[in-house]
Design a protein around this ligand. Sequence first.
Ligand code: BDP
Length: 626
Amino acid sequence: MLEYSMLYPKTTESRRAISLNGMWKFCLDEKAVGEQEKWTEGIPGNDRIPVPASFQDFYTDKDTREFTGDVWYETDMFVPGEWENTQVQVRFAAATHRAVVYVNGIKVTEHEGGFLPFTADVTEIVRYNASNKVVVKVNNELNETNIPCGSTVTLANGKKMTKPYFDFFNYSGLQRSVHLVSVPKESVFDFDLTYELDGVTNGTAQTAKISYQVQTNGEHPVFLELFDESGASVASAQGAQGVLTVSDAHLWQVRNAYLYRLVIRIMDESLVIDEYEQEIGIRTVEVKGTEILLNGQPVYLRGFGKHEDSDIVGRGFNIGVMKRDFELMKWIGANSFRTSHYPYSEEIYEMADREGFLVIDEVAAVGLFASMLNFMDASSGKTTAFFESETIPVLLKAHLKALEEMITRDKNHPCVIAWSLLNEPETTNEAAVPYFKEVFDKAHELDPQKRPRTYAMIMNSTPDQCKCFQFSDMIALNRYYGWYVCGGYEISNAEAMFRKEMDAWKAKNLNKPFLFTEYGADTLGSEHKLPSVMWSQEYQKEYLEMVHGVFDSYDFVKGEQIWNFADFQTWEGIMRVNGNKKGVFTRQRQPKDAAYLLKERWTNLPLNFKAGGVVQERRNLNGKFS
Ligand code: BDP
């Protein structure tokens, strides 16, 4: 069990949450002297930087952008006097990739892993009704013992540099919100919900049973109450575990969400000791044969692999960009996305709950293939014996901990319909098998709803080579036939190879749904060419017509999430033109030509496309239809 609650900070009758977002003091620790020079009590200089944000893209010099090592942040926080006798915490929604936190010069916590929340209990350390100093040392080095994997090298000039085994810029810092929190001494720590529906018709269930379990740190009784969208109370229950029964329940549906408000209270007679509330959606999710079922109805996923990435703030949570992204996803007819390649900011899941998007929630286990060009290398047969390395046990420990943090944080979001436990690991070697077993078993054990588990499979994880696909409840393929393999005028060969692989999967008769979690072609928003060449907007469309035709030929393919929603920053190199350009939208969130082609297809595909294993009569949805 985790030492800290993963519940999102909220102000309620018993709780207080004060945002510490804003301008923080900031400095780089170029000589790694911070502790020695007592920066723990206050950092040098007078530079200020926004939190939340990645620190990299504000500055005009390259050494700062590429800085690898420790960076320090500092702010002052006023702790109200009336908070004495409560638990006082500082809560970081993320610190990438690891952090040590000091309050008034005293170390209060440290955390490894850059995309999940952690909390420092500062009850005994803070001065009440007074100002207190928070100092955070954040380190952004990459290694093979933490996720995401990569390495850190030292250049001839003595400066350090990261070499990610993944294709996105190593943005870092305090990229998500920070809160000062007061929670009663006796409080709600965690809760689980599972759903059972009876008599489902047209988005309602005659009866919905919500089995719950609430974890508190005290003995007082627990009460639950559920309110509908009009504010009416529709169910209540007493006890730390039990069942809430809702009659004529509105179901949470794809792009048609209905959210109930769950209020959990710990009571002492008529006195509220603690109160926590969260919006929840009533829905079930399961995989049956080759179907993905939501509320028992088959769904076909259409959408994106995304990134948290935008101009200036990098991977920093940007509420405006979040809004724009959801509007674009709605415009284009998407209904889902994968949080490639790390769990996203909590606000994004709240928005997906509200907008009815289906989310495949991915832990940051990317780069488990020791290559900076794994997308190329895997296509050419390179192997790196990754899972044979002696550091694997340490990596596995970090991976399992991140998994526990992610599932605990996200399990009550209706939008989360599946867990992605790795992205593009090297699975051509038996050594991967025991590692996978631990990770997949752990996810099952941690998730009260037992949602489907998957991992995104790299090009050389083919039916004859891959040793691990049996672990997935849904097979998720990342495929680049027509881009890394046989691009341009060779696209007809690409299609033949793609179909050959799909035929081999079909022959295996796995009786599981298949998803494409990645496919795409780099495209420069500036380039047009008739006839097409690779990188032109025309080629991106021709490529999509080819892959859509392949998808539509196989009735077990139950979803398509194109790579990528928008262009995004990567490390620099000959394979990338100021970033990865596979976006359907530019980094500034404007459409490329392919966006209109996708809109035409996705707004016409029925939600239950291919339901019942029948390839339905296909209209011209821009694939090559037979
Ligand atoms: C896959 C990765 C993804 C890359 C993509 C690409 O999962 O992170 O950005 O390919 O090459 O290898 O564009």
